[in-house]
Design a protein around this ligand. Structure first.
Ligand SMILES: NC(=O)c1ccc[n+]([C@@H]2O[C@H](COP(=O)([O-])OP(=O)(O)OC[C@H]3O[C@@H](n4cnc5c(N)ncnc54)[C@H](O)[C@@H]3O)[C@@H](O)[C@H]2O)c1
Length: 440
């Protein structure tokens, strides 16, 4: 048997054993918001043994019915519906047969729903970003501390293969000291900002309403999570301040004009959000990080990650193949030309995170290159075993705060704004970010 085959067989056997144990101690999850993302999460949850879904909630009856069907078709009991209006999630949180809730609703509802869940004693996992104001970020941190209930943000980029492998590469010392990181999310999601997926009359969906009123790096965490892990943010380092700028805003008008005509009211209105917004972060130790967000331009997908170390650099575009440059070209017996970029692929193989070695094949059948399956597994296991969730609420609050802080900076001609210390000084002693993966 080849080594690769042997590892795959061993991983499958260990996963099967873990699943058999998990089934004996099921985690009962309530879903709030079963639109596009909530449905994808539910489908992914349904692949995990030892997960029951006793209740689903949405203001849209059709969405609820679809979610009930999905769960029933997975062989589980049909969940109860909570669809009596925008506050019905509170009634669902009163149930005593839920261990945790997953929240996948529009951004302005994230923090209020999560706070209600924590106060009802339900472990809460919220979609990104966890909060859209600094007050919300603080309230999440304080309430999680006061209640002692598990609270996390489902940031799937934490679990992507590349950032986890790059973290291992960095921790093995190949990159030297990380001095600067650049990361950006360039994803044209304008169809979701209008009602193009539903009535298709050019009216704004909740995402589009955000673009009307807010100018900032409104969706900061996908791109920032890998940087935060690499730069030990809140785990030995701290963001001190940031400055931000927004570009012109044309994408929303252009999209509406192309589809519904240039006289359509949403083609003619003004949108606050720049097509590309960029924040430059200053760390307390002098290092820097750039974070851009671009979800309403008309170019193809263009995520961009670049990590600078004193002895090496990694470039990880998406889509596309990553490259690495190493100054120490004799590392570990390898002879690499230090004047050139080299493919990152062999390094991914060598430095793969254990979670990918163990579960990667199974995870890849699910969304965001497997990251969705892994993040849900990580959260469910933390609820089952009453351990800390993979991403702390303090990290979630900090990463999310880039949104409102960049709004403040842009509104004041790129004035520098201070990042609150959501760790309350613990960043100095917090251990480095580690992803738990020994699931049983
Ligand atoms: N992590 C990722 O990769 C990823 C991908 C897509 C979306 N998201 C996030 O998921 C969230 C949802 O996005 P989406 O694309 O699914 O949006 P969506 O509009 O498709 O779904 C939102 C759902 O929330 C429901 N809802 C609204 N108000 C409600 C209330 N008061 N109570 C219960 N349900 C309510 C809506 O009816 C809808 O079904 C957003 O925060 C988004 O940023 C994350």
């Amino acid at each position: 048997m080849q080594r690769r085959e042997f590892l795959a067989t061993a991983a499958a056997a260990s996963l099967a054993a873990a699943e058999a144990r998990a089934a004996e101690q099921p985690v009962r999850v309530g879903m709030v918001g079963v639109g596009g993302r909530g449905t994808a999460l539910l489908r992914t949850l349904a692949d995990h043994a030892g997960v029951e879904v006793p209740a689903v909630c949405d203001i849209d009856d059709n969405a609820v019915a679809r979610a009930q069907k999905l769960v029933a078709e997975s062989g589980r009991a049909k969940p109860d519906a909570f669809a009596r209006g925008p506050e019905d999630y509170r009634r669902m949180f009163e149930r005593n047969d839920l261990d945790g809730v997953v929240i996948a609703t529009p951004w302005p509802l994230h923090a209020p729903m999560m706070l209600a869940a924590l106060r009802a004693g339900k472990a809460a996992a919220v979609e990104v970003p966890a909060a859209i104001t600094l007050d919300e970020s603080w309230e999440l941190v304080e309430t999680a501390e006061e209640t002692g209930v598990s609270a996390t943000m489902l940031e799937n980029w934490v679990y992507r293969r590349e950032p986890l492998a790059v973290l291992n590469i960095a921790r093995a010392g190949l990159l030297g000291d990380i001095v600067h990181c650049e990361s950006g999310y360039g994803h044209d999601v304008r169809a979701g900002k209008f009602d193009a997926r539903r009535a298709n009359k050019g009216e704004l969906a909740w995402r589009g309403e955000q673009a009307v009123s807010r100018d900032g790096v409104l969706y900061p965490t996908h791109q920032f999570a890998p940087t935060a892990m690499l730069m030990d943010i809140n785990h030995g380092a701290r963001i001190e301040s940031l400055v931000a700028m927004g570009s012109v805003s044309e994408g929303m008008n252009r999209y509406a004009a192309d589809i519904w005509g240039s006289d359509h009211h949403n083609a003619r209105r003004s949108y606050a959000n720049g097509d590309r917004t960029t924040a430059l972060l200053q760390l307390e130790d002098g290092r820097t990080a750039l974070n851009f967000n671009d979800t309403q331009s008309w170019h193809p997908r263009d995520d961009a990650h670049k990590y600078h170390g004193t002895k090496g650099m990694v470039r990880w575009p998406f889509p596309g193949e990553g490259t690495i440059w190493l100054l120490d070209r004799h590392w570990d017996g390898r002879s690499l030309d230090a004047r050139e970029w080299h493919s990152l692929n062999p390094f991914l193989e060598e430095f793969d995170h254990p979670v990918w070695k163990e579960y990667g094949e199974r995870a890849l059948a699910f969304g965001h290159n497997g990251a969705d399956w892994l993040e849900l597994r990580g959260w469910v296991e933390s609820v089952r075993h009453k351990t800390d969730p993979p991403v702390s609420i303090v990290d979630a609050a900090t990463w999310s705060a880039i949104g409102p802080l960049s709004e403040q900076s842009i509104a004041n001609k790129s004035q520098r704004v201070e990042m609150p210390d959501f760790t309350k000084g613990r960043w100095k002693t917090n251990p480095k970010f580690e992803l738990r993966w020994e699931w049983s």
